[in-house]
Ligand binder design. Structure first.
Ligand code: HEM
Length: 519
C-alpha cells in the first residue's frame, strides 16, 4: 500500500513535496528523489488535494499503467481541467469516449504515409531559416544569436504549414506572427509551473475545484487569470483565421496538411462520431500548442549540446556532408529515407532527447483501484519486501520521464553521460524491449506511451532531422564564453534559461559562424 512506500520527508505543510518538484530546475528534485528511493517514490501531496502522490520510473509499473485497458489510467483531472480552461474541449482536455473519438482523427491524419507527404512544408520552413541565419551571420564573422528564438520561428512556420496549410511567415516577417509567438511564452510562464509556494498552492487547490476555480484564481493571482483569458482569446482568433483563410483559398479538405485530412475524414463520419465545430476549433489550438514549443525547445537544447560537444558536432557535419555528396549536391533535397539513413544524426538526436526531455514529467490518475508490479522488489517502511503495490482509485501519479530515461539498469552505468555512441548498435541491443514500457521512439519516454502517446512524434522527428541538417551543415556552433549552463524550468513544457540570468520567455544564446561555401 502507498503509505509504506519509501519517499522523502515533506518540505511544506501546504504543498508537501509538490512545489519542490515543480520548481527545481532541470528536474533536479525528481532526479534526486529517484536516486535516493528508487523507481517508485511516495511524495507528500498538496493539502486538501491529494495526501500522497507516486513518482514512478519503474519500467514494469509503467508498462502496466500504459498498457492497462483504456480509461483505467488516464491524464490527471488537474491536467484535463487546466488544458480545458486554456484550449477548450480538444483532444488533451477530454477523456473516455470523447478522447477516443477525437484522437482517432489526429492519429489518422499523422500516419507514416501522411507524414511523408508533409516533408515539403517542413523543408521550406527549414530552408527559409537557413537563409535568414545566413543573413544574420555575414562572412565568417562569429555572431551571437538567441537560438531558442530562431527555433520558435522555424517550428511555428513548419507547423502552421503542415498542420493547417497556411503560412505565418514567422521566419521572414516575425512581426506577423508576433502575437502567437508571445502567446505561448507568457502563457507557459504565467499559467503553469514555477511560481511562489503560496501562489502554487492556491492555483492547484483552485484548479482542483476546491473553490470556484476562475473566481478563486482571479482573487489570488491576476496574472494567471489575464494570461489564461488572453491565450484562449488569441487561440480562438487563430483558429477562426485558419478556417477563413482556407475557405478563401477554396482548399479546405484538398491539401496534404493535417487539417485537410481531418476535414475529409469528418465529412465521411456518421453524425454520432463527427467532430463538432467547437471541437475542431479546440483541436487547432491544441495542435498549435502541442506541436510548437515541444519541437522548438528540443531543437534549441540539441544545438546547445552541439556547442558543448564540438567533436560530436564535427562528426555529425561530416556525416551530413557525405550524404549530401551521395545524393548529388546542394540542389537536391534530402528525402525522409536520407534522414533516416544517417546513423550518427539519429544517434545524437536520441541522446540529446534522452538527457533533455522537453517534458520531464507528466501526470496520470487511475479511475479504479489497481495493482502495479515492480521490476525489482523494494523494501517498504513496514519492514517487508514488496514486488507489487496496491494503488487505490484516484491516486495521482507523476510519470517520471526523466527518471525513466536515466535508469542505470536500462541504460548502463554511464546513463547520465551524453554518449551518442550507445545508439550506434541496433536499438534492441542498446535497450532490450522487455526493459521498456512500450515507447514509440528509441525506447525513450519523451513521447510517453499508451492511450495518450504523442500522435505527432513522427512529424516532430522529421522536423528535427531537417532543421538540424540545415543548421549543422551551414554553421559552426559554439557556446558564449562565460555564460552559465542552460537549465530547463518546468512550466508544463520546459522553458530554457541561462542559469543565474533567467529572462522571461527563456533564451539559448549561442555563437554561430557561417561555413564558407555552405551557409
Ligand atoms: C519533440 C516534440 C514533441 C514532444 C516531446 C511531444 C510530447 C508529447 C507528450 C509527452 C504528450 C503526452 C502528454 C500527456 O499525456 O501527458 C503529447 C501529446 C500530444 N502531442 Fe506531442 N510532442 C511533440 C511534438 C508534437 C507535434 C509536432 C504535434 C502535432 C503535430 C503533437 C501533438 C500532440 C497531441 C495532439 C497530443 C495529445 C494526445 C492525446 O491527448 O491523446 N506533438 N506530446
Amino acid at each position: 500500500d502507498i503509505p509504506f512506500i519509501p519517499g522523502p520527508a515533506s518540505d511544506s505543510f501546504f504543498t508537501g513535496n509538490m512545489h519542490t518538484l515543480a520548481a527545481a530546475p532541470s528536474d533536479a528534485a525528481a532526479i534526486s528523489y529517484t536516486k535516493t528511493h528508487g523507481g517508485i517514490v511516495k511524495l507528500n501531496g498538496i493539502l486538501g488535494v491529494s495526501k500522497h502522490v507516486l513518482l514512478i520510473s519503474d519500467p514494469a509499473a509503467l508498462r502496466r499503467l500504459f498498457g492497462a485497458s483504456t480509461g483505467q489510467w488516464d491524464s490527471s483531472s488537474r491536467n484535463l481541467a487546466s488544458i480545458k480552461s486554456l484550449f477548450g474541449p480538444g483532444v488533451s482536455a477530454v477523456e473516455g469516449a470523447d478522447h477516443i473519438r477525437q484522437r482517432k482523427f489526429i492519429v489518422q491524419a499523422l500516419t507514416p504515409v501522411q507524414t511523408r507527404g508533409m516533408i515539403d512544408s517542413v523543408q521550406d520552413a527549414s530552408q527559409s531559416m537557413r537563409r535568414m541565419l545566413n543573413k544574420s551571420c555575414p562572412g565568417t564573422k562569429p555572431v551571437q544569436l538567441d537560438m531558442l528564438h530562431w527555433a520558435r520561428r522555424v517550428a511555428l512556420d513548419s507547423l502552421t504549414m503542415f498542420a493547417f496549410g497556411v503560412s505565418l511567415h514567422a521566419m521572414e516577417k516575425p512581426e506577423h506572427a508576433h502575437d502567437l509567438l508571445h502567446t505561448f511564452d507568457s502563457m507557459l510562464e504565467d499559467c503553469m509551473g514555477k511560481t511562489s509556494e503560496m501562489q502554487y498552492f492556491l492555483r492547484e487547490t483552485a484548479v482542483a475545484g476546491i473553490y470556484p476555480s476562475l473566481l478563486g484564481i482571479a482573487m489570488t493571482d491576476m496574472q494567471f487569470f489575464r494570461s489564461t483569458m488572453g491565450t484562449t482569446k488569441r487561440l480562438t482568433q487563430f483558429s477562426e483565421w485558419v478556417r477563413k483563410e482556407r475557405e478563401e483559398m477554396g482548399s479546405l479538405g484538398g491539401g496534404s496538411d493535417l487539417l485537410s485530412s481531418l476535414y475529409k475524414a469528418n465529412q465521411a463520419e456518421s453524425a454520432k462520431s463527427k467532430l463538432a465545430d467547437h471541437e475542431i476549433r479546440a483541436l487547432i489550438g491544441m495542435v498549435l500548442f502541442a506541436g510548437h514549443d515541444t519541437v522548438s525547445t528540443t531543437l534549441a537544447m540539441f544545438l546547445n549540446d552541439m556547442a558543448r560537444y564540438p567533436t560530436v558536432q564535427q562528426r555529425l557535419r561530416e556525416e551530413i556532408n557525405a550524404k549530401r555528396a551521395e545524393i548529388g549536391g546542394d540542389e537536391v533535397k534530402f528525402s525522409q529515407d536520407d534522414y533516416d539513413s544517417m546513423p550518427y544524426l539519429n544517434a545524437v538526436l536520441k541522446e540529446s532527447m534522452r538527457i533533455n526531455p522537453v517534458l520531464g514529467q507528466t501526470f496520470r490518475t487511475n479511475r479504479a483501484a489497481d495493482v502495479l508490479p515492480l521490476s525489482e522488489p523494494i523494501l517498504c517502511t513496514d519492514g517487508k519486501m514488496w514486488s507489487e503495490i496496491a494503488v487505490a482509485g484516484g491516486t495521482l501519479v507523476v510519470i517520471d520521464i526523466m527518471g525513466s530515461n536515466l535508469r542505470e539498469d536500462v541504460w548502463g552505468k554511464d546513463a547520465r553521460e551524453f554518449r551518442a555512441e550507445r545508439w550506434l548498435d541496433s536499438e534492441e541491443k542498446v535497450v532490450p524491449r522487455e526493459k521498456t514500457p512500450g515507447m514509440v521512439y528509441g525506447s525513450l519516454l519523451n513521447f510517453v506511451a499508451g492511450n495518450r502517446t504523442c500522435p505527432g512524434w513522427r512529424i516532430a522527428i522529421l522536423e528535427l532531422q531537417s532543421f538540424i541538417c540545415d543548421i549543422v551543415e551551414g554553421f559552426k556552433i559554439s557556446a558564449v564564453p562565460g555564460n552559465g549552463e542552460i537549465v530547463r524550468e518546468f512550466h508544463g513544457v520546459s522553458i530554457l534559461k541561462v542559469a543565474g540570468k533567467p529572462v522571461k520567455g527563456g533564451e539559448v544564446p549561442l555563437i554561430l559562424e557561417a561555413i564558407p561555401g555552405k551557409a
